[in-house]
Design a protein around this ligand. Structure first.
Ligand code: UVW
Length: 329
């Protein structure tokens, strides 16, 4: 088990603070140039579309953490409200909502349905903004942690991604396939940097500057079978942070709950890779991405690169965002 001294040495090595200026709030997304976006678009050859978002509903993977329930979907109006108002008499029309609906219904046959969703932004397929995780009172690029308040993140919020959209060349590294298993949820066997290299080599793909790397562990496939979102699932070892840094990738996402392995390799520190990626490197993490159909297609045609389009919602000051990423081949 490594120590906090080892962690600090790596943190010093991978820290990108100041690399894109003192005011930068998007970190490694800076690696995605317009040439890179164009290169990614040129990877579309057959028009095959793979949505990578999971269902946003009550059967999602949340429940183990009291602060993160599954999305709750609520209807606020349905067509029957307008149609039945007439039956209940004019007293209902004292209610302003009912009066509005009644007037729409009186004016013709049009009816409508509205709804809303109540959910933690971290509940399902998501991006972690750079302000999601910090340590020692500093966010990415040295911004004070106190700039994330009850009003939202004044620095490094998801809204700062803005015009980047988040689209680039995507590369799938299918570690479940490399290991020859459907899934490897058992703890104590995290993904190593050597395995990332081995997956790329065996798949005949290179990881390049500005890529968005997708890692498949099989966790989501297992969740679909068991419905048990509390099963931790293995992920990347913290030492992979240096690999991500050296390859100058733009972002990383996985099909599991936290990208990295829940068993920390650092004595006394939970989620060390989150700290290194989000706070030191400025590298966004994507979680709960459904990579199953994409992985099956990549295995069938041997092509592990594609155009990836994964724009977050521009929620002002949010520390993360739901996303329905799309891979196109
Ligand atoms: C934490 O749980 C802190 O992070 P994430 O949701 O990114 O795994």
């Amino acid at each position: 088990m490594a120590s906090m001294t080892d962690f600090r040495r790596v943190a010093d090595d991978v820290r990108n603070w100041g690399r894109w200026g003192d005011a930068d709030e998007i970190g490694t997304l800076n690696f995605i140039t317009s040439e890179k976006v164009a290169q990614a678009a040129s990877l579309v050859r057959h028009g095959k579309v793979f949505p990578l978002g999971v269902d946003f509903g009550s059967s999602g993977p949340q429940g183990a953490f009291q602060y993160r329930p599954n999305p709750m979907h609520v209807m606020t109006i349905d067509g029957g409200d307008a149609s039945t108002l007439a039956e209940y008499g004019p007293q209902w029309l004292k209610n302003p909502v009912a009066a509005q609906l009644g007037s729409y219904a009186d004016n013709g046959p049009m009816r409508f349905n509205d709804d809303m969703i109540i959910m933690p932004l971290q509940a399902a397929t998501q991006w972690d903004a750079l302000s999601h995780v910090y340590y020692e009172d500093k966010l990415y690029n040295g911004f004070p942690a106190s700039s994330v308040t009850s009003l939202g993140a004044f620095h490094c919020g998801i809204d700062k991604v803005d015009g980047r959209g988040i689209t680039s060349r995507g590369v799938l590294l299918d570690i479940a396939r490399l290991r020859g298993v459907e899934t490897f949820c058992e703890l104590g066997d995290p993904i190593t940097p050597a395995e990332l290299d081995e997956a790329a080599r065996s798949q005949g793909v290179t990881v390049e500057r500005g890529d968005i790397v997708l890692v498949r562990t099989g966790w989501w496939a297992r969740f679909l079978q068991t419905g048990d979102g509390s099963e931790p699932g293995a992920g990347l070892d913290w030492t992979c942070a240096s690999w991500l840094h050296d390859h100058e990738i733009a972002a990383i996402a996985a099909d599991n709950l936290m990208v990295e392995d829940p068993v920390s390799g650092i004595e006394g520190a939970f989620l060390p890779m989150h700290m290194l990626c989000l706070r030191d490197m400025g590298l966004m993490l994507g979680e709960y991405w459904d990579l199953n159909a994409l992985a099956a297609d990549c295995a069938a045609d041997g092509v592990y690169e594609f155009q990836l389009i994964a724009p977050p919602l521009r929620v002002t000051g949010a520390v993360g965002s739901p996303v329905n990423p799309i891979a196109i081949k």
